[in-house]
Design a protein around this ligand. Structure first.
Ligand code: NAD
Ligand code: ZN
Length: 229
């Protein structure tokens, strides 16, 4: 039985990372759409870098929660078929929990991409105007390796193949508002099982056969225990 798990910002909420809606809250005085676009970066690169620098730095102050840990446990123990974790999150909490068969379809905060040579490389510091690419040495051409609104998500071919072959699709903590991830549940085989874990109804809730309404830290360990029983 092949498994595909999709995660969104909700799985990291209990680790203390704001979801999309929380990031857009009045406290932050910023709408994600206004800093997470190629146009925003062209218009005001310093503002966009500062936004991602702050989020990158925040990763040092948070830790994986029981939901991330349960998915890593599931991956290690799953011998009845393939396992793939697809995340929309740019945080590193899945890998810190131990996940390895993981695709970051929206990129990673802890990585910088060079606009001169195209290489992406691990990056843990702020991206400064003088920061140089570790691959080609060019300074001043680095951007966060994250997929912005209007840009193409990563790994789509591999994700589509895995979806087309899966027998169970689980979607965790995603609002179903950001495409193409919102449409993944419609790309699985007709007879595949689909489970949505979210304390609220997502916009794609109708497309799922099963719903578990609760926080990821409770519902994901529970589902994983059932699958491994
Ligand atoms: P979203 O913020 O649009 O939706 C979050 C969903 O999580 C909501 O449906 C909410 O009901 C649910 N949720 C809240 N608390 C939860 C909990 N404890 N357990 C389970 N679910 C919970 O997030 P999205 O659907 O991932 O889309 C937003 C976009 O913003 C994505 O592209 C993502 O890359 C980006 N984003 C990433 C991060 C991150 O990397 N941690 C954080 C915010 C936004
Ligand atoms: Zn370079």
């Amino acid at each position: 039985m092949n498994l595909v798990v999709l995660t969104g910002a909700g799985i990291s909420a209990e680790s203390g990372l704001a979801t999309f809606r929380d990031l857009g809250g009045t406290w932050s005085q910023v709408r994600l759409e206004e800093v997470a676009t190629p146009e925003a970066f062209l218009a005001d690169p310093a503002r966009v870098q500062a936004f991602y620098d702050a989020r990158r730095a925040q990763l040092r102050r948070v830790a994986p929660n029981p939901a991330h840990e349960a998915l890593a446990r599931l991956e290690r123990a799953w011998t009845r078929g393939d396992f793939l974790l697809v995340t929309q999150n740019v945080d590193d909490l899945h890998e810190r929990a131990g996940s390895r068969r993981l695709l970051h379809m929206h990129g990673e905060l802890r990585s910088a991409r060079c606009l001169a040579c195209g290489a992406d490389s691990p990056w843990d510091e702020d991206i400064r105007p003088e920061s140089a690419c570790t691959a080609c040495g060019t300074a001043g051409r680095l951007r966060p390796h994250v997929v912005w609104f209007g840009e193409m998500p990563l790994y789509m071919e591999a994700i589509e193949v895995a979806l087309s072959r899966c027998a169970l699709f689980v979607s965790i903590g995603t609002s179903g508002q950001v495409w193409p991830a919102a449409g993944f549940v419609r790309m699985i085989p007709r007879d595949a099982r689909s489970v949505e874990i979210n304390p609220e109804r997502s916009q794609m809730a109708d497309a799922f056969a099963e719903h578990r309404r609760g926080p990821a830290s409770v519902e994901v360990p529970r589902l994983v225990a059932e699958l491994l029983a």
